[in-house]
Design a protein around this ligand. Structure first.
Ligand code: NDP
Length: 322
């Protein structure tokens, strides 16, 4: 990166955006803020990125040299199923506006955020970066998944036609402070943290949908943030990079529940409602490409990351998204 950089983070108020801000403000020079860097964290209050004029005005105001592009319409399973078209259009518009202006304003590098749901529903494991376009994504959120896949297509096109350095990363399931802890419309970890908290405070049973057997790779938002910053500074390719813990660190939903109960620091009984569906048994992704390029990176142990998240949840319960 050159000595004077303006780094604009879209989606700066979200789970991942807040983690990038935390890392920039609280860690050493390797991941933290460097001399000559100005970091700008955008929220939707700065402008609606589905709107071309509002997006252009943001670029005119800040003149970014680098962008971490996180802003997206993100939702749970039911939200996606009910409005696949809205997820497709909003995200397509946001991504097109960001990348088009990035090219027009001569932005030196953009790192956009995809998601593992871009991968084909029917696939072999472990999933790797070469498999994105090899078959249709899962039906439940095809709108969101296709809009994310198109970022990879646009990155390739901007590079081929204009020589732009626009790339993308693919995180697995993210969790951490500032997550959305809504009981229905949230991801698995924040949803379970909130449910266990309510079960304890209302002295009602803590019931978890499914068998607890499915396996997932979870990445702590602050680890992901460090990897985003590393990608912005060091990753040279246009093609995407999976940002994930190793395959051996996949955990079962039962392990997640046990860790939450431990982090909550109270005795609580729970049971699985095995009449409810489990979802996909696993979605194992390979982090080989990442570890080949960044072999020294150390992931926060799952229990430590969960502990920090639960502590943050309890301290901020009144004001969190829920
Ligand atoms: P959040 O829902 O926590 O945050 C979304 C962010 O996008 C907020 O800052 C929001 O602003 C902003 N935003 C949404 N719509 C608009 C809009 N129309 N105009 C301007 N800003 C907008 O998301 P996450 O932090 O969880 O996700 C960040 C990225 O990571 C996304 O691209 C997501 O697809 C991806 N991802 C997330 C995973 C996860 O497990 N959470 C897993 C894999 C990928 P405001 O707060 O003002 O509304």
């Amino acid at each position: 990166m050159s000595s004077k950089s303006v780094i604009m983070v879209t989606g700066g108020s979200g789970l991942v955006g807040k983690a990038v801000q935390w890392v920039i403000e609280n860690t050493d020079d390797k991941c933290g803020k460097r001399e000559g860097e100005e970091w700008i964290f955008l929220t939707s209050k700065d402008g609606n990125l589905t709107d071309p004029a509002a997006t252009k005005a943001i670029f005119e105001k800040y003149r970014p040299t680098h962008i971490i592009h996180l802003a997206a319409k993100v939702g749970g399973l039911f939200g996606n199923m009910a409005a696949n078209l809205d997820y497709f259009r909003d995200n397509l518009l946001i991504n097109d506006n960001i990348l088009h202006n990035a090219k027009e304003f001569g932005v030196q590098k953009v790192v956009s955020c995809l998601s593992t749901c871009v991968f084909p529903d029917k696939t072999t494991y472990p999933i790797d970066e070469t498999m994105i376009h090899l078959g249709p994504p899962h039906d439940s959120n095809y709108g969101y998944s296709h809009s994310k896949r198109m970022v990879d297509v646009m990155n390739r096109g901007y590079h081929d036609q204009y020589g732009c350095n626009f790339t993308s990363v693919i995180p697995t399931n993210v969790f951490g402070p500032h997550d959305n802890f809504h009981l229905v419309n949230s991801h698995v970890i924040p949803g379970l943290i909130h449910k266990s908290y309510l079960a304890h405070s209302t002295k009602s049973p803590f019931i978890i949908a499914g068998t607890g057997k499915p396996l997932r790779q979870f990445i702590y938002s602050r680890d992901l943030a460090k990897l985003f910053i590393w990608t912005l500074r060091e990753y040279k390719e246009i093609t995407p990079l999976i940002l994930s813990v190793p395959e051996e660190q996949e955990v079962s939903i039962k392990q997640v529940v046990d860790s939450i109960v431990k982090a909550m620091e109270y005795d609580i009984d729970y049971r699985f409602d095995t009449n409810k569906a489990d979802g996909q048994y696993k979605k194992t992704a390979s982090n080989k490409k990442l570890m080949d390029l960044n072999p020294d990176f150390k992931f926060t142990p799952f229990d430590v990351a969960l502990d920090e998240t639960v502590k943050w949840f309890k301290e901020n319960y009144e004001t969190i998204r829920k």
